[in-house]
Write a protein that binds this ligand. Structure first.
Ligand code: PGA
Length: 225
């Protein structure tokens, strides 16, 4: 199984988000090779919109096989008097995945391992699968992470993707669980994903910039095979 994850980050107003979905759905209906990959369980597409758009994202994808939703963050608190927080308990049954430990949150929002470990626990109690992001082999890995995305900070949003051979070197240093999917993220785009796929060591991509426009995201999937 290969995973293609769209991380919109804090982009798009509600109109732009609806437009993304309209364009994505229309184009996907014509992309028979991708539909076939989805149908025969070769790929999963996971769309992680900003939280306010989660429920209409679900509506837009509901007729496609193997397309799921994810949130970009979750509270480290389970539930209760935490004004403004959205907990895993609240989203149980409504979302399939959560991105945890993204370097933008670690660095800009001062998320530490204690918070990340509390989030991991809350998500596992809520049966939400985790996409755990690590910056290098020094970030903590969790057995309960459904998948691990290696995202070197210098490659994120910079246009300078980490070379596949270097990604494999880092993968060797990570203590992944047997069968735990390993993803790459950091300036992944339609021009470079096939190089990673050719190594047979990378199970998919966490995509920021190249998921902002549905055509770029669809091209990335097409060119990966
Ligand atoms: P990028 O972002 O594709 O724009 O580098 C990836 C990410 O931050 O998940």
């Amino acid at each position: 199984m290969n995973y293609f994850i769209a991380n919109w980050k804090a982009n798009k107003n509600v109109h732009e988000a609806i437009e993304w979905h309209r364009t994505f759905s229309e184009r996907l209906q014509r992309e028979h090779s991708i539909l076939e990959l989805l149908r025969n369980n070769s790929i999963e597409i996971i769309i992680c919109p900003p939280l306010p758009y989660l429920f209409f994202t679900k509506q837009f994808i509901k007729d496609f096989p193997n397309i799921y939703t994810g949130v970009q963050n979750i509270s480290s608190f389970t539930s209760g008097s935490f004004t403004g927080e959205v907990s895993a308990y609240m989203l149980k049954g409504s979302v399939n995945y959560a991105i945890i430990g993204h370097s933008e949150r670690r660095i800009k929002m001062n998320e530490d391992e204690e918070m990340i470990s509390a989030k991991m626990k809350a998500l596992s109690e809520a049966n939400i699968k985790t996409i755990l992001c690590v910056r290098d082999e020094n970030d903590t890995l969790y057995e309960s992470a459904f998948m691990v995305a290696f995202e070197p900070v210098s490659a994120i949003g910079s246009g300078h993707n980490f070379q596949p051979a270097d990604v494999i070197e880092v993968k060797k240093k990570l203590s992944l669980q047997p069968g735990q999917p390993f993803l790459y993220g950091g300036s992944a785009n339609a021009q470079n994903t096939q190089d990673y796929m050719n190594t047979n060591q990378v199970d998919g991509f966490l995509v920021g910039t190249a998921s902002q426009h549905p055509d770029d995201f669809i091209e990335l999937i097409l060119k990966s095979f």
